[in-house]
Structure formats: C-alpha cells, structure tokens
Design a protein around this ligand. Structure first.
Ligand code: FMN
Length: 263
C-alpha cells in the first residue's frame, strides 16, 4: 500500500510516552512539516507556543480538565489562531496610516478572521501530528484547552487577537503498537454526502454508530448496566457533563474577547 495512506489509516492517538525528549532532528522535521501546511493567503495566521517550563505544564494539565499526561509529555505544543501579528504589522509598518490618507478606514479583525485563523492553526496542527507519526512519535490532541480561557490567557500572556485553537502533546510512545483495538469510525457513506446536506435521523444514526455501540456493549461500557445505547453513552458522559459546560462558557468567552473592540 502507498506509505502515506498506510500511515494515515493506521495512525492512533497515544497518551503514554517514554521518558525521553524528542530529538532536536525530529523536532526540526516536525516544525518544517508544520510550516508547509496550507495557510489562508499564505499569511500564516497562527503561532505555536512550545511549553517547556515544567511548572507551566503542570498548571496546564490541571486547567485542561486535569489530564496529568500533559505534564508528563516530552513535547507540548499550543496552537494559536494569531491575527495579532498582522494587526501589528499593518499598524507598525504604516499601511493603516496610508489607508486612512486614502479614505480606507481601519477594520478590527472579526469573526471571519477568527475562523480563518482557526482553520490555519488546526491544519498546521494536523500536519505536525502526521509528521510526528511518520517519525514514530505519538501524539494526542487536547480539546480541553478550550476550557478556563481566562487562566490560559494569563498563563501564556496571550494578546487580544490570539485565541487558543488546540493543544497537542507528543512523545515516543511507550507502546508503539498498542494491544487494545483501534477506535472504530462510522462508515464512509454516513459521512460523505453529495451536493446537499442530508440530515441524518434515528435509523441512519443507528447504522452509522452501530459498530461502535456493539463494541461498547462487548466491553460492558454502556450506561444503565450495559442496556443503554451509544447515544446514552455520549449524552450522559459528555454532552451533559460539567467539563462540556465549562468548555461552552469558556469557548463563548474566547469568541467574545476576540470580537470585543480594543479599548
Ligand atoms: C479536537 C480533539 C480533541 C481531543 N481531546 C482529547 C483530550 O482532551 N484528551 C484525550 O485523551 N484525547 C483527546 N482527543 C483524542 C481523541 O479521543 C481520539 O482522537 C479519538 O478517541 C479517536 O482515537 P484515535 O485518534 O486513536 O483514532 C481529542 C481529539 C481531537 C481531534
């Protein structure tokens, strides 16, 4: 099989790493691959903070719904949407002044800029993940970075037009070929649609998630003493959880802060 396709179809999330730093060569290769990710207008609306300070890592692990593996990971990269760099460049290089002389008013970055910068940062993160995988380095995204945005902003001294996009932890996996079975995915036809959105309802959804439900049942992990459904599993475990409540509060704040007029 084509090596890239094989890499992409066998990649798995790793959460347990050897106590061994990422070699400078591997780190540089991952950085180079990250920079080659597509980026809107080639403007690189993102930045990456590598968290090397152990105290910061530990604080970060607590803020991300208390996931100690973050503090133990050899390499921790915080991907930021970053329009601040262009706000500064436009002002400090005189473009804004030139525009004003021509009657073109300064425009603050808006929701579109935020979404574009988020796209840039997430696409770059995935290039880093794939490059790492190719080098035998495991990784795990940390979605809980969206929580506690006020403390995260303070911890990393974030500027107005930066916003956390994602956090990725990397390391040489303790077990490069985990013994547990890989996570299942929905079948292709439940994800790919043609020409218009086809809203799925119960029957299609049961089909789409049926295999995953079956596995959870085999593993005795479904709620209501294993008599529940995969819908119950995600509804009670995730959708109505305290951490999702915090993520939604903090997520709204991230957007509000970006959209707030600079005072
Ligand atoms: C946006 C996003 C956020 C995630 N957040 C976490 C997280 O906070 N903690 C964690 O252990 N795994 C996290 N993961 C990893 C997923 O749980 C993992 O990708 C999923 O279970 C499928 O497993 P696989 O990547 O091995 O196929 C996240 C993945 C993504 C894409």
């Amino acid at each position: 099989m084509n090596q890239t396709i094989s890499l992409l179809t066998t990649r798995r999330t790793h959460r347990s790493f050897l106590d061994k730093p990422i070699s400078p060569q591997d780190r540089a290769l991952i950085q180079e691959a990250t920079l080659r990710a597509p980026t809107a207008g080639n403007m690189m609306f993102y930045s990456v903070i590598e968290v090397t300070d152990q105290e910061k890592k530990e604080h970060l692990a607590k803020l991300c719904d208390d996931q100690p593996m973050i503090a133990k990971a050899p390499m921790v990269w915080l991907f930021l949407s970053d329009a601040q760099k262009w706000v500064n460049y436009f002002h400090e290089s005189g473009s804004v002044a030139k525009g004003e002389a021509m009657g073109i008013k300064w425009r603050q970055p808006g929701a579109g800029d935020l979404l574009l910068a988020m796209s840039d940062a997430l696409i770059a993160a995935q290039s880093a993940v794939v490059a790492a995988e190719a080098l035998g380095i495991g990784s795990c995204y940390i979605g809980d970075i969206i929580e506690n945005c006020e403390e995260i902003r303070d911890l990393f001294n974030l500027s107005h037009y930066t916003a956390v996009a994602t956090l990725v932890i990397f390391g040489y996996p303790k077990n490069p070929k985990p013994l547990d079975v890989p996570a299942l995915r929905c079948p292709v036809e439940s994800i790919f649609m043609e020409n218009s959105y086809q809203e799925p309802h119960l029957e299609e959804l049961q089909k789409a998630f049926g295999q995953q439900e079956e596995r959870l049942r085999e593993q005795q992990r479904l709620p209501f003493e294993n008599s529940g459904t995969i819908s119950d599993y995600f509804y009670f475990r995730k959708h109505t959880s305290d951490f999702m409540e915090e993520m939604n509060r903090s997520g709204k704040k991230i957007i509000d802060l970006w959209l707030a007029t600079e005072g």
